[in-house]
Design a protein around this ligand. Structure first.
Ligand code: HEC
Ligand code: HEC
Length: 283
């Protein structure tokens, strides 16, 4: 029964997206899917950024202002995150503060350069993964489970030390191939509905899909972890990836998988210059 309901819901989404978007640019989705995965499908926004902004503010304007007035429920995690930064755990008898200063204040600005290439990992290091890596290597402590309360609280607190500072992620040198992989994932059509991230967040940003106005991918990476009304909970950027992949009826990967880290590098790089502002709040 549950599966049937889910299927019907998805059918409504497809129909709605079809109705809202009308015909799909050049070629059918099926044709596009047969293209080599190395080719990035050329997609352009359907409207100017100014027009998109106007629609976005008209659609969310009041709701967001109202939510902000009532306060962000995710703010509560910040105090707990700070306590965690000072708490001694693991076999080496250390806390984050032992190396990064009281309340880990020396990590101010650290979040602005993540994700980035990491030599030991031979891949992309995200901010949450760096924190867990320090716990394991420097403290002899267990990594925190992704999306658990403590993991989100600690990540959010440490990231909030960089609030108001511009994102300045590098894709030079050894980071380049991972950036390219992330870009390819963003543009790759996948799942039973044969969508790519870019179809919605580049080409059709500013249009409605069901009850949502689809956002442009500028400002997607500056405010996570954040609170989301629909979750009634705080969550990460990668939880957002998984949510959209589910809507696309595509396979989902585990948190901090190589694919999501590369995707996060791509998305964060195109948000360079945006000011970090955690916790965010979204519908
Ligand atoms: C024993 C010392 C030690 C402890 C304890 C420690 N770290 Fe680190 N941390 C390091 C070192 C050394 C580096 C730089 C090298 C590296 O990337 O591992 C670092 C790097 C970082 C960075 C990246 C900083 C930047 O500007 O590039 C972050 C973020 C970070 N640590 C967070 C934490 C958090 C959060 C904790 C507590 C869970 C913690 N660390 C515990 C030693 C430590
Ligand atoms: C069918 C259209 C659709 C597709 C395909 C899609 N999304 Fe979304 N996405 C949405 C909608 C609707 C929302 C919620 C409203 C909005 O856009 O902020 C959203 C929200 C998001 C957000 C949060 C935006 C914010 O302001 O915080 C991120 C990040 C995101 N999507 C990433 C992705 C990624 C990565 C993919 C590909 C794996 C993807 N999306 C595919 C429709 C889509």
């Amino acid at each position: 029964m549950y599966r049937l309901v889910t299927f019907l819901k998805m059918f409504v989404l497809t129909a709605a997206v079809g109705l809202v978007f009308g015909t799909f640019g050049s070629g059918t989705p099926a044709q596009a899917a047969t293209k080599s995965s190395a080719t990035i499908e050329q997609l352009t926004p359907s409207m100017s950024y100014a027009e998109y902004k106007k629609r976005y503010e008209k659609y969310y304007g009041d709701a967001t202002a109202q939510m902000a007035e009532e306060g962000n429920p995710a703010d509560f995690l910040l105090d707990d995150g700070k306590d965690l930064a000072n708490k001694v755990v693991g076999s080496k008898g250390k806390s984050c503060a032992s190396c990064h200063g009281k309340d880990a204040v020396k990590l101010k600005g650290a979040a602005t350069t993540f994700p980035r290439y990491d030599a030991a990992l031979k891949g992309i290091m995200t901010f949450p993964l760096q924190i867990n890596t320090c716990r394991e290597r420097q403290m002899g402590a267990k990594p925190l489970k992704y999306e658990s309360y403590d993991q989100l609280a600690l990540t959010m607190y440490i990231k909030s030390l960089s609030n108001g500072m511009p994102i300045r992620v590098s894709i030079d040198g050894l980071a380049q191939p991972f950036y390219k992989k992330g870009e390819a994932t963003y543009y790759r059509r996948q799942g039973q509905l044969n969508f790519s991230c870019a179809i919605c967040h580049v080409q059709y940003a500013g249009y409605k899909a069901r009850a949502n106005l689809i956002s442009n991918n500028k400002h997607h990476a500056d405010h996570w972890p954040g609170y989301r009304l629909k979750w009634n909970k705080t969550g990460s950027l990668q939880r957002r990836f998984r949510g959209c992949l589910k809507n696309m009826r595509a396979k989902r990967k585990p948190y901090e998988s190589a694919e999501y880290r590369d995707l996060e590098l791509y998305l964060t790089y195109i948000n360079n210059g945006d000011l970090i502002q955690v916790p965010g709040m979204r519908m």
